[in-house]
Design a protein. Structure first.
Length: 179
């Protein structure tokens, strides 16, 4: 089985209005834990005027760092769908947010493409189950800090996808000790 660690950074919270500006998909062979593929793209926002300034600040968006970003296109949409064609499980911190944005991206640029069905595992919900009531917040930053994973690279899609992978590996170890 494949585990897909997926994260997006966006220009705001509304998937019907805002855009993906950073996308990461890390594919891992579940039994071995070996990374078998990585896809990371900065995507040029086409409607920067509709962005939420706070979202751009949090995600570190600036024109210089995005000067080589790819434009959203059918090619990028096809790459995303092709990467996810092997059945697996989608893992992320609030993956429903990411899925909404990716689905809207495919709707806009994918000429009928859609995300293949796969079950989702939410590291946020797992963290609530594992750490309640110790933590009062369950953002990825709060969970990272609680687990001693540091905050370097926060709100960069690739870094956050790899952090979700680390969180899952820690949960895997905890689960194996309980069995």
């Amino acid at each position: 089985m494949i585990r897909y660690y997926i994260d997006v950074e966006t220009t705001g919270l509304d998937s019907s209005l805002h855009e993906i500006i950073d996308l990461a998909i890390i594919a891992e062979e579940a039994k071995t834990g070996k990374v078998i593929g990585e896809y990371c793209r900065k995507i040029k926002p086409m409607n920067i005027h509709s962005a939420q300034l706070k979202a751009l600040e949090i995600n570190g968006y600036n024109e210089d760092d995005w000067k080589d970003a790819v434009e959203p296109s059918e090619v990028i949409a096809a790459e995303i769908v092709n990467l996810l064609e092997i059945p697996g499980i989608w893992i992320g911190h609030n993956p429903y947010f990411d899925k909404r944005f990716i689905s809207n991206f495919l709707s806009k640029y994918g000429s009928g493409l859609s995300i293949p069905y796969m079950p989702m595992l939410d590291t946020r919900q797992l963290s609530i189950a594992m750490f309640w009531p110790e933590l009062t917040g369950f953002s990825l930053g709060a969970v990272r800090s609680h687990m001693g994973l540091g905050l370097h690279g926060s709100h960069v899609a690739r870094s956050d996808a790899y952090i979700c992978r680390q969180i899952m590996h820690r949960f895997d170890v905890a689960r194996s000790k309980d069995i």
